[in-house]
Design a protein around this ligand. Sequence first.
Ligand SMILES: Cc1ncc(COP(=O)(O)O)c(C=O)c1O
Ligand SMILES: N[C@@H](CCCC[NH3+])C(=O)O
Length: 432
Amino acid sequence: MFVSDNLGINSDGNLTVGGVDTVKLAEKYGTPLYVMDEQVIRNSLRQFHDSMNQYYSGNGEVHFASKAFSCMEMCRIVADEGDGLDVVSIGELYTAYKAGFPMGKVGFHGNNKTNEELRLAIEYGVGHIIVDNISELHRLEAIAAEMNAVPHIMFRIKPGIDAHTHDFVKTGQIDSKFGFALETGEAFEAVKEAVNCKNVKLYGLHCHIGSQIFDIAPFEEAAKVMLGFISEIKNKLGFEIEGLNLGGGFGIKYTGKDDPSPFETYIKRVSAVVKSECDRLGIKLPKMFIEPGRSIAGPAGITLYTVGARKEIPNIRTYVSVDGGMADNPRYILYGSEYDAIVANKASEERSEKVTIAGKCCESGDLIGENMPLQHAESGDIIAVCATGAYNYSMSSNYNRLQKPAVVFVNNGQSRIVVKRETLDDIIKKDI
Ligand SMILES: Cc1ncc(COP(=O)(O)O)c(C=O)c1O
Ligand SMILES: N[C@@H](CCCC[NH3+])C(=O)O
């Protein structure tokens, strides 16, 4: 009935998340409100790392891609589960550090890292810096020499795989701003240089083919391409690559149309390919890293809104306007993404209408979705939009000087605030 298994209906006919009444959450914390189910986050992390243990002999690490959802409490939960973290900016790095995250399990990404970011990554002792381009390698070498350090690095490689997903979230093809190209020999030249660098240690290779991908085959293909490159490096340079990071990108269920494979199936199939390719090529099994973001945070989250205006335009559409929109969820305006929505206080009623849920920003494209099946919604009702745990809070803005919503975690029938709602003073606090 719902896109996520952790949603239900209680005896009052209200929608529940992780066993907690969403209407009561809206009353207690106000709306718009991000709600994350801690158990879903933990279960997803466990599914990934348990399958790595089962199918890849425990020779792997799961790094949660914190760009999907970053706050200190999330970092603490990932650390508590024994997993690692992918960070992509000084802000995400700092968040992890301040949360007490074990920095040796952090991979630092970015296609245009600043010297300040590189310095801080070395100072904090991150596990790997994932180097994106040759000028970054040169800058990193110089900074590491200054700091008397030898950071471990991976190279981000474009494996030339064209994954079937939205153009804006594809990253593995040759025409991408991320990483070194294989086809042109650029990646090989970079490796040749790095193996002789004194102030960096080339530890591994990394690729990430895109996001919200359902088909497992492109991941298998990418793994084969990367292992072929590892073998070429061994044969031509006599250098053994120790780590292989295959990125994230696993699709999740946003609406009934989406049908993702269980995470376990992905890990099982990719592990089998890595093992058989290593056998075939005569190379040792690398330590395997994966970086799921959306698949950990996405299904755990819902966003609660209060309905304000309702506008019926005969023979055209009905707009149901809510007290949030593109400032807390820019994914419709960016990607035309689809979501499932429920009137939380009428959850047991039939979804009898198809409406456009509109936000409150001064922008016509500020919609949560169009043609959305919904119970009859009126002013004062609470709408829950499902599977908003990834790339909603993390991509939120203060457009129209709206205050960013609070984030609440639910667990075992309890709720707690983990990020406070912004106040009006927060809105002006940096103004002079
Ligand atoms: C390098 C890298 N790793 C991991 C991810 C996480 O992807 P997803 O949230 O689709 O799992 C991304 C985002 O696409 C990424 O760019
Ligand atoms: N922000 C995108 C995904 C980008 C993934 C990061 N490389 C989304 O919401 O789908």
